[in-house]
Design a protein around this ligand. Structure first.
Ligand SMILES: NC(=O)c1ccc[n+]([C@@H]2O[C@H](COP(=O)([O-])OP(=O)(O)OC[C@H]3O[C@@H](n4cnc5c(N)ncnc54)[C@H](OP(=O)(O)O)[C@@H]3O)[C@@H](O)[C@H]2O)c1
Length: 269
């Protein structure tokens, strides 16, 4: 399925992006790995073993349209086509809205999670159309419901959902497939320690433990691979979480209660 296919992964220096890179390399994909940190990208590149060409590393800031244009141009100049764009780069927060003293958190999260996705899709679209390719957008269950301490992050993931729902409506059949991935908490990533705290600085090593319902990177990877193979439009990991957006429509008070209960017991702000 991925053998000799060109796959661009944003946010490939750590967490889910790095894990997807290693898995896709094993399957023979030609990889283009993007993030701001060249050293970490090189480490990921060294872990990518497979029958495909050596991964291409591109450093840049996804919030800058010109960096995203360069990313896609380098993928095309190196491999000639673009088959899959994985929009995965992201940053989070953990702070009660009224305690936030640095409002730039909101623009930074929006520029990375939402506008960064828009920039990459914009430059990739003509090439994906030629290859009848696929966009894999890493959203979050927070793109479907509200979650305390995550106002800016949740808003950015809702924006991603709205963007792709509208883009899909513009595309014709047999054009480009869009898979929106909606994971629960993932274990083994740097999202929590890099998340903005109320003062706008990264919160660093977190004392908050992942709940038992959090999922491993391997589990998420496998689910994404299966969904790509089936050209699915939506993927919720774990599947039981599909109930939440429905329940939110029917009885938002219950969802509110569950989410608050889970989140407030973790908060130590
Ligand atoms: N962890 C979870 O519980 C969870 C749950 C649901 C969804 N997600 C989503 O999964 C995706 C991956 O997150 P993760 O958990 O794997 O976190 P992570 O380990 O912190 O990885 C985030 C990646 O994004 C890159 N990145 C951040 N800002 C960037 C920028 N301005 N320009 C370019 N790259 C940038 C980082 O690389 P550099 O720092 O090197 O730039 C890193 O490679 C995110 O979209 C996140 O929202 C995560």
């Amino acid at each position: 399925m991925l053998r000799k296919k060109t796959v661009v992964i944003t946010g490939a220096s750590s967490g889910l992006g790095a894990s997807l890179a290693v898995t896709f390399a094993e399957m023979g994909a030609n990889l283009v790995l993007f993030s701001r940190n060249q050293e970490r990208l090189k480490e990921v590149e060294s872990l990518c073993q497979g029958p495909g060409d050596r991964p291409v590393i591109v450093t840049g800031n996804i919030a800058q349209p010109e960096d995203c244009e360069r990313l896609i141009a380098l993928a095309i100049s190196q491999f000639g086509t673009l088959d899959y764009l994985i929009t995965n780069a992201g940053i989070s927060m953990w702070a009660k809205f009224e305690n936030i003293c640095d409002l730039s958190i909101f623009s930074k999260i929006m520029e990375t999670n939402y506008l960064g996705t828009v920039h990459c899709v914009y430059y990739a679209l003509p090439h994906l159309r030629k290859s009848q390719g696929m966009i894999v957008a890493i959203s979050s269950i927070q793109g479907k419901i509200g979650v305390p301490f995550h106002t800016g992050y949740t808003a950015s993931k809702h924006a991603i959902q709205g963007f792709f729902a509208s883009l899909r409506a513009e595309l014709t059949e047999n054009d480009i497939d869009i898979l929106i991935v909606t994971p629960h908490w993932l274990r083994g990533t740097s999202l929590r320690e890099n998340a903005f705290g109320k003062d706008g600085n990264s919160i660093g090593v977190s004392l908050r433990e992942h709940s038992q319902e959090s999922i491993s990177l391997q589990e998420c990877n496998q689910a994404i691979l299966n969904a790509i193979g089936k050209r699915q439009k939506e993927l919720v990991v774990p599947p039981k979480l599909k109930i939440l957006p429905w329940l939110n429509l029917i009885n938002p008070k219950i969802v509110d209660f569950i989410v608050k209960w889970k989140m407030f017991k973790q908060d130590n702000e």
